[in-house]
Design a protein around this ligand. Structure first.
Ligand SMILES: Cc1ncc(C[n+]2csc(CCOP(=O)(O)OP(=O)(O)O)c2C)c(N)n1
Ligand SMILES: CC(=O)[C@@H](O)[C@H](O)COP(=O)(O)O
Ligand SMILES: [Mg+2]
Length: 636
């Protein structure tokens, strides 16, 4: 049991207001211990939270949350914030079914004024709060905390460009730990590194003098030195100031003696946006995190003493690894293949690709919009770009998909990882919509892998398909354990396959629900219902001949997919309607994710809740036939 005498007295941030500096330091230590202990039993995002313990304490000590609005970018660093804001009793439920979300969530607490999980939204949202406050003539502060990784995304620049031209009071805290999930990339990252390493550059203007007047001596002398620097010096401060922000920093984000006076002065500023550049260490205060390459960005349960994470032995390779291996093999034969990731080299398998082909892999930072159009340019000039982006994050590049890729019919290949429900990350990360948002685009060719072997074939098919853009989707986690071919075979475009032949019920699967369909078919068979199972492979172009055959030769046709309404099932309905096949007595149903956001749980339970497992398929068949499942005697 963790010994936290001071933390025990903090039920809400109000209990922190009168704490002395020494007590706040003790509180930070206890808070760090509590977060480490909690994540050791739940797993989750750890390194980012450890890096902002002091910052979280300082903000809640100084500002009047929840009346003042505190907006965490991404929200993966919010565990210390949750502990201090009345959720400590549930912190060991974080990311579990029925428990706290792993991100900030409006429905969860008044202290989470804006939900997140996708990055780089906090400055825009903060500006919205600041503007609403100003329009109402209210008082109060708006604080957005954004990381050095997240500030690389276009949306953050759009927000700064807008906010910097106003005199609306808004505080942006740039939490610079020189890390994204992987090491950060890009010119902004270089600029921040130069800014931090240049140390005593801080330029002082009238306001900054008051900012440093309460600061401890080392900061004061740094600031004084800063006065002597010439105006044209190239520093991060200059850059943000050119954009209209009052820049303060860099400040040691683990030193409450530095942080509190600086934030206190910033709090007293009257007009305009201010950016406080805080330097922190990801994983701070926990040696295994500090010393690991990924700073314990996301961990499974672990032993607090050793830092060793529990690892379940996989039964099969992950889809991500199968994709990466297949692409590497294809790239050995075809030097036009290049890989692109938007700050997720490990998660998408692009790290392995980059190790095999250092000059042919591009990590563009958190910049999905740019990644898509960058791929478009490469494709337009003869390359075969594989843009590997999680389904949920590709949403951010949607106009680029439409306008830059599909409309121009450019052969960019979209490898859409994390398709379907993902588990602990919950609804923000569910790959729910890509079938619908991709299938409606003219020129787009679309596939979904039913297992690892199919994924290998789809990689080969995507390499061979140069007529226009295409996408293929596959889920998070391990595959089914089927044998993986050494090299994939090129599939016939728009042709599905029959997995098992039956006569009365037809199950048409798109993606990895195929296994559940086969299980359901076996159950139905034992109940006397002869069932065909087909794997559509393609959502676009659809295998109209296969669909027609299933419709013509069966009493019931059910489509199943790991996606939202408006996706594969809707495509099949359109196809049948166009062929006049909905005018007759065909009993057709579409099984999709329900039209709700499903909270985090194990993927198994989430699919159960979604009604997309074998039992639900069997139940659906009985419902269509108008029979109760227990009434098995007269089924055949
Ligand atoms: C739009 C989007 N793309 C990718 C991600 C995945 N992602 C989550 S956190 C993260 C790194 C963020 O780095 P930074 O903002 O510096 O925060 P840190 O983890 O270093 O505290 C990434 C790439 C995301 N959440 N949203
Ligand atoms: C916060 C965030 O967006 C990532 O850290 C994400 O949680 C990673 O998900 P995977 O574990 O599926 O790579
Ligand atoms: Mg960072």
């Amino acid at each position: 049991m963790v010994h936290t005498p001071l933390l025990d007295t903090v039920k809400t941030p109000d209990d922190m207001k009168d704490l002395s500096r020494e007590q706040l330091k003790q509180l930070a230590d206890e808070l760090r211990t509590e977060v480490i202990d909690a994540v050791s039993v739940t797993g989750g995002h750890l390194g980012a939270g450890l890096g902002v313990v002091e910052l979280t304490v300082a903000i809640h000590h100084l500002f009047n949350t929840p009346s003042d609005k505190l907006i965490w970018d991404v929200g993966h660093q919010c565990y210390p914030h949750k502990v201090l804001t009345g959720r400590r009793d549930r912190i060991r439920t974080i990311r579990q079914g029925g428990g706290l979300s792993g991100f900030t969530k409006r429905a969860e607490s008044d202290y989470d004024p804006f939900g997140a999980a996708h990055s780089s939204t906090s400055i825009s949202a903060g500006m919205g709060f600041a503007t609403a406050r100003d329009l109402d003539g209210r008082e109060g502060h708006v604080i957005s905390v954004i990381g050095d990784g997240s500030i690389t995304a276009g949306m953050a620049y759009e927000a700064m460009n807008n906010a910097g031209a106003t005199d609306s009071r808004q505080i942006v805290i740039l939490n610079d730990n020189d890390m994204s999930i992987a090491p950060p990339v890009g010119a902004m990252s270089n600029l921040l590194a130069r800014t931090v390493s240049s140390g005593g550059y801080q330029r002082i203007r009238g306001m900054a003098k008051s900012i440093v007047k309460d600061a401890p001596r080392p900061i004061k002398s740094t600031a004084k030195k800063g006065e002597e620097y010439t105006r044209g010096m190239f520093t991060g401060g200059t850059w943000f100031e050119e954009l209209g922000f009052f820049y303060v920093g860099p400040v040691d984000g683990h030193d409450l003696d530095a942080l509190i006076p600086v934030l206190e002065n910033v709090k007293n500023m009257k007009d305009g946006p201010v950016l406080v550049h805080v330097v922190t260490q990801k994983g701070k205060g926990y040696a295994p995190a500090e010393n690991s390459a990924d700073k314990y960005h996301g961990v499974s349960k672990f032993n607090v003493v050793t830092g060793v994470q529990s690892k379940s032995t996989p039964n099969a390779p992950s889809y991500t690894n199968v994709f990466a291996d297949a692409l590497i093999k294809e790239a050995q034969k075809d030097d036009k293949i290049v890989g692109i990731t938007a700050a997720m080299p490990g998660g998408t398998g692009m790290k392995a690709f980059g190790e095999a082909f250092p000059k042919r892999m591009f990590d563009v930072g958190i910049a999905e919009q740019h990644a898509v159009t960058f791929a478009g340019g490469l494709a337009a000039d003869g390359y075969k770009p594989f843009c590997a982006i999680y389904s949920t994050f590709l949403q951010r590049g949607y106009d680029q998909l439409v306008h830059d890729i599909a409309l121009q019919n450019l052969p960019v290949r979209f490898a859409m990882d994390r398709a379907g429900l993902v588990g602990a990350d919950g609804p923000t990360h569910a790959g729910a919509f890509d079938i619908a948002y991709m299938a409606c685009l003219p020129n787009m060719m679309l596939m979904a892998a039913a297992d690892e072997a199919e994924l290998t074939h789809m990689v080969a098919t995507a390499v061979a398909y140069n007529e226009g853009p295409c996408g293929f989707r596959y889920p998070r986690g391990e595959g089914t354990g089927v044998a993986i071919p050494e090299i994939g075979q090129v599939l016939e475009i728009g042709k599905g396959r029959i997995i098992r032949e039956g006569s009365r019920i037809a199950l048409l699967s798109y993606g990895t629900r195929l296994g559940e369909c086969i299980t359901a078919a076996e159950q139905l068979e034992t109940l006397g219902l002869s069932t065909t199972v087909a794997d559509a492979r393609f959502a676009k172009p659809l295998d109209s001949a296969l669909i027609k055959r299933l419709a013509d030769e069966h009493e019931v046709l059910i489509t199943i997919e790991e996606g939202a309404v408006g996706g594969f099932g809707a495509m099949v309905l359109h196809d049948l309607a166009a062929a006049g096949r909905l005018d007759s007595g065909l009993k057709i149903r579409t099984m999709t994710l329900p039209d709700i956001y499903i909270d985090q749980d194990t993927p198994h339970k989430m699919y159960q809740q979604a009604g997309l497992d074998a039992d639900a398929i069997v139940a659906k068949v009985f419902q269509v036939l108008g029979r109760h499942q227990v009434d098995t005697a007269n089924l055949a």
